[in-house]
Write a protein that binds this ligand. Sequence first.
Ligand SMILES: [Zn+2]
Length: 428
Amino acid sequence: MDQDIKEKEFEKAEHVVLTSHKTQIYNNSIPINWGVKDPLIRGPIIATTSCENKRNAIGTHSGSYTVYRALSIANKTYPKSHVPDLKNTHATTEIGPFNSWFTPEKIVSIDPWGAQVQRVFKDHIEDGYDIRPTIAVTQARLQIPELAQAISAGRLVPDGKVILENGDVNVTKVAFEPVWYLPGIAKRIGVEEGVLRKILFKETGGMFPELVTRPDLKVLLPPIGSSTAYIFGDVRDLANPDVELSCRVHDECNGSDVFGSDICTCRPYLTYGIEHAAKTAQKGGVGLVVYFRKEGRALGEVTKFLVYNARKRQKGGDSAANYFYRTECVAGVEDARFQELMPDILHYFGIQKIHKLHSMSNMKYDAIVSSGIEVVNRISIPDELIPEDALVEIEAKKAAGYFTQGEIKTKHALESVQGRELSEERQV
Ligand SMILES: [Zn+2]
């Protein structure tokens, strides 16, 4: 880009317009009527910063990557007023609309129209509104070592359709950015909207003043991690309660999921969920694995590693009896994932019934069932897939009431379920 234009862009970025008053900015915005059936009456979510007087939401796109974009703008490598060319970006499979999209407050943490803005809001876009998709749908093939092992062991058989002869697995994948309808989020977690807005403002160090100054703006695009859904088989079958559905809702655990760290069962649960999803699709059913970026029970990886050390250094060593206690000591809570928001993605796909839910977590199960989805069977991971050091986690979870098809240990027996000591982990 021309240097002069770059300089002008930067000056524009330096000029700050306060957003507290309606007359200052957002004076040209389209209202949002959350949950209304006609998308044109519902209105587009306009959260881009390229045309400030047309915005109708707090925050902006790309979740946590918002901050990286700001850095690119600051070092003048990203033109602030860039408007994406959305040609050919539309979804490879049309999803919805479903009744769940229009049932009041069934979906409050994503925009169900997020994958269709290119088509639904075409006229607005042509009129110069910078409206961006918050959901993207594409096709992919997966190559996963555990699935190759499942094929070698005869548990999976290539069919040339879901699983190809070379072991690749065909999937549809859907990426979601968070779009929060604040009155619905408040209701879901059981607080007053005003209280929620005030706490969000304070606890982010005052990141979005409109949370407290502009109660008329009801939608927030928070700077948090996104979610991804992988679908095995025909996406449209997810909404058909008569088609068998195998489902794993998985919360991120980078250490295990990506690096194979053996202190927990996350990757085995994930790959078993994928194996079962593919197998179900091969039998004429459909499989769904949803991946939420909620690392370390949404407490973050630093907290998680601190807890590992605290667990392993405590008197008597790392035992299943003290598993949850050490997390609470370090983080203040055992868990901050708020599974109440998780079923939104299931409702986006129109899911009414899950035949096989792969999860030990009662919080996940309860959130799904109380959102109106029937769960027929719950599946826990086969014992042979649990790494030895992860027995501490699995036995502690079972004793705490997590779902299991196996036996539950007594308190005394839990004390004898021990993980490796830190000294054993160090390799010189
Ligand atoms: Zn894990």
